[in-house]
Design a protein around this ligand. Structure first.
Ligand SMILES: [Zn+2]
Length: 372
């Protein structure tokens, strides 16, 4: 018994010293899929695709939210690339990007690993809404993209982030592609957020054949910035608007994933169409034009359109049809985000223009979403 204890202790010390966690199977199987509470991709059989449910955070009923994920583990070692979707529950095109990208992988010919993690804010997805609904104070909404890398003893969103970060991502990610879309009620051009001050982020961003790239310093609490703070390159591609599939933008992002995997030598493909070939507009600042009045808004531009200073981008009318306001671009640039809701309260965002601003050149500027 004593010898056994000693051997067991030595094994734990060796595991700790090697920095390796281990995949932990809970023993549960849900709809034929095995449940894990921790992942170490080095445990998985090479040359194969695997699918699991990750045992996520415990809810008020004592039950758990499960996070579906897939691993394509190449026959040869190499870079470990994360594709993530569903940190916001109303952003659905990213799911299609992940499914399509994963389907075309052949692990028998890969060097490295692709980890695709979906439905991370699952209760938000069940309601197709951005934020995670909780029973606290009679119903409170939490933004899962403001809490990374989470807290073990925090609120439900912080605990979910902590579990996913520490038990699912940690040790399994060398580079991260964190997919999002515009919020419900907006359209978003084909766009990538990236901190271009870091050369590897720049490479990743430029491998996407997108229309627009925003050099963005990022901010703590987002998953992209949590990776950057951990020294792992990460970018946030935006795949159009919320709630629906945007087919052309999905196709372009699948091309981007293909290029990133080719760039890292995970697949044997050649890099295809990039941001350069798509003649991407690279900006470092956003001008938000907000409604100064309540009323019905007619937008005169589309997401992706070029605009110049002084150009009228929207007209607003009251209920009688009288024009109450005209909105003009204050900068030269391209339309990144555009309202699709035609009725706006004062202060609501109508359009967001990506532009190049000298004040953002040195230290970078950070884009913050409208509800903050
Ligand atoms: Zn989002």
């Amino acid at each position: 018994m004593r010898r056994f204890r000693f051997a067991f202790a030595m094994m734990l010390i060796c595991l700790a010293a090697s920095g390796r966690a281990a995949t932990v199977y809970t023993g549960d199987v849900i709809d034929g899929v095995r449940v894990v509470s921790a992942l170490d991709v080095s445990d998985l059989e090479a040359g194969k695709k695997h699918r699991f449910l990750f045992q996520g955070v415990e809810m008020a009923t004592g039950q758990r939210w499960y996070v579906p994920f897939m691993v394509a583990k190449g026959v040869n070692p190499g870079k470990k690339v994360l594709l993530s979707a569903g940190v916001h529950g109303d952003e659905l095109s990213p799911t299609d990007v992940l499914q399509r990208s994963f389907a075309e992988l052949d692990p028998a010919r890969m060097s490295g690993t692709v980890l695709a993690v979906l439905d991370i804010a699952r209760p938000a997805m069940e309601q197709i809404r951005r934020k995670w609904p909780t029973p606290v104070w009679g119903g409170k909404l939490l933004d899962l993209n403001r809490v990374w890398p989470g807290r073990e003893d925090g609120n439900v969103a912080q605990r979910q982030a902590w579990l996913v970060w520490n038990r699912l991502f940690k040790g399994n990610v060398d580079a991260a592609l964190e997919f999002h879309t515009g919020a419900t009620g907006t359209d978003f051009a084909l766009f990538v957020f990236a901190d271009l001050r870091k050369p590897e982020n720049r490479s990743l961003a430029e491998l996407f054949p997108v229309a627009q790239i925003k050099d963005d310093a990022g901010y703590s609490g987002t998953l992209e910035t949590a990776f950057m703070e951990a020294g792992i390159p990460a970018i946030t591609p935006e795949v159009g608007g919320g709630r629906s599939f945007d087919r052309p933008k999905i196709e372009a992002c699948v091309e981007g994933v293909r290029n990133v995997l080719a760039h890292y030598g995970v697949t044997e493909r050649k890099v295809g169409r990039t941001a350069d070939q798509a003649q991407a507009f690279v900006g470092n600042d956003m001008e938000a034009i907000r409604a100064s009045r309540g009323g019905f808004v007619e937008t005169l531009v589309t997401a992706g359109a070029k605009v110049s200073t002084g150009q009228t981008v929207a007209i607003q009318r009251n209920s009688f049809g009288d024009v109450v306001e005209e909105y003009k671009a204050g900068v030269d640039g391209v339309v990144a985000i555009l309202t699709t809701d035609a009725l706006l309260e004062p202060g609501s965002r109508i359009v967001e223009i990506l532009t190049k601003s000298p004040k953002c050149e040195k230290d970078g500027c950070t884009y913050r979403e409208e509800d903050e």
